[in-house]
Design a binder for this molecule. Structure first.
Ligand code: PEP
Ligand code: MN
Length: 332
């Protein structure tokens, strides 16, 4: 249950009411809000006398639920809006990892050429093996920062673990919480205290309920700017890297108020299928697409097989405009 307290109620009183209700007490920019366990279905007379509005939800998908906010949230990045009433399908592209200044600058220039506003690349890579390229770390973040200033792009980069979460929060415009970090509540709570937008990738063995509950950790820590990214889940199939769960996407759109971004690159794991999958994703009317591109995928230091070269990406980008238009969306 979510309780919007009267605007006149101050912090100390709100926290006292929260303690009595075993609720999380947060501020939504307008008033204090209490969030109880979803098992609590009724507000008693005492709390009602302090409440402006009460929302009852079925499960612990609460702040992210359409039962609470019936429209998709809008995330305003300045140069571009994501979700809500924008009708945008925001394209996010760039390499898996920042590898060098030359490489990331080529990716930034591709974004400028095509009017893409958000550049992606990891500096702290959550690799499956400790013996492979782990990312350039702080040096990578500084190169991304340079691209932001030089080309006016927004930057999304991932946080791998709690050792560098503050650094990533400082340098990113959108903090990416990777599939393997989705359960790290230290990271999630820190993102919740930040003013930066957060994109959470679905763990490849996570249910939709668990996925959205990760977002609840960020939302209930006070950050309303959260988006969800479906990037493929593990199934019995081994021919593709993962299985893109488009049914799950339909469910997220139906039941949550968070913008949904799709990542076909990590889902299939091979460049050949990324364009077809991207068109399928855009046809679902999603809020964004995240696609890995590299100036020379063959020599990429991570995820080489799935990254598109720039000509492949140009062709894909051209082809999705009509698909977006057919479902009332615009590629940005
Ligand atoms: C990535 O975006 O490069 C990445 C490692 O993603 P994921 O966390 O989905 O595996
Ligand atoms: Mn990658």
């Amino acid at each position: 249950m979510i309780i919007h307290l009267n605007k006149s109620i101050e912090q100390a009183k709100a926290e006292e009411l929260g303690r009595n209700y075993e609720a999380i007490c947060m501020h939504n920019g307008v008033q204090y809000v209490l969030v109880t366990s979803s098992k609590v279905k009724e507000a008693d007379a005492n709390i009602r006398s302090h409440a402006e509005a009460v929302f009852v939800t079925d499960t612990d998908i609460q702040l992210a639920s359409k039962q609470y906010i019936s429209d998709t949230r809008t995330i305003d990045l300045g140069v571009v809006g994501i979700g809500g009433s924008t009708n945008n399908t925001v394209v996010i592209t760039g390499p898996c990892s920042v590898e060098s200044e030359e490489q990331i600058e080529q990716a930034a220039m591709l974004c400028v050429e095509l009017g893409v506003k958000v550049l992606r690349a990891g500096a702290y890579k959550p690799r499956t093996s400790p013996y492979t390229f782990q990312g350039l770390g702080l040096e990578g973040l500084k190169l991304l920062d340079k691209m932001r200033s030089k080309y006016g792009l927004k930057i999304i980069t991932e946080v791998r673990d709690s050792t560098h979460v503050d650094e990533v929060i400082e340098y990113a415009d959108i903090i990416q919480v990777g599939a393997k970090a989705m359960y790290d509540q230290g990271i999630l709570r820190k993102c919740g205290k930040s003013k930066k937008a957060v994109l959470i990738k679905r763990g490849f063995g996570s249910t939709l309920q668990e996925f959205v509950q990760s977002a609840e950790f960020v939302l209930s820590s006070g950050n309303p700017d959260v988006m969800l990214c479906e990037r493929g889940i593990r199934t019995f199939e081994t021919k593709t890297r993962f299985t893109l769960d488009l049914c799950g996407v339909a469910w997220l759109k139906q039941y949550t108020n968070l913008p949904v971004i799709l990542d076909p690159s990590h889902a299939i794991g091979y460049a050949y299928g990324v364009a077809d999958l991207s068109r399928a994703c855009v046809a679902m009317g999603v809020d964004g697409l995240l696609i890995e591109t590299h100036p020379n995928p063959k020599v990429a230091k991570s995820d080489a097989e799935q990254q598109l070269n720039f000509d492949q990406f140009r062709a894909l980008h051209k082809s999705i405009a009509a698909v977006a238009a057919a479902v009332g969306k615009k590629i940005v």
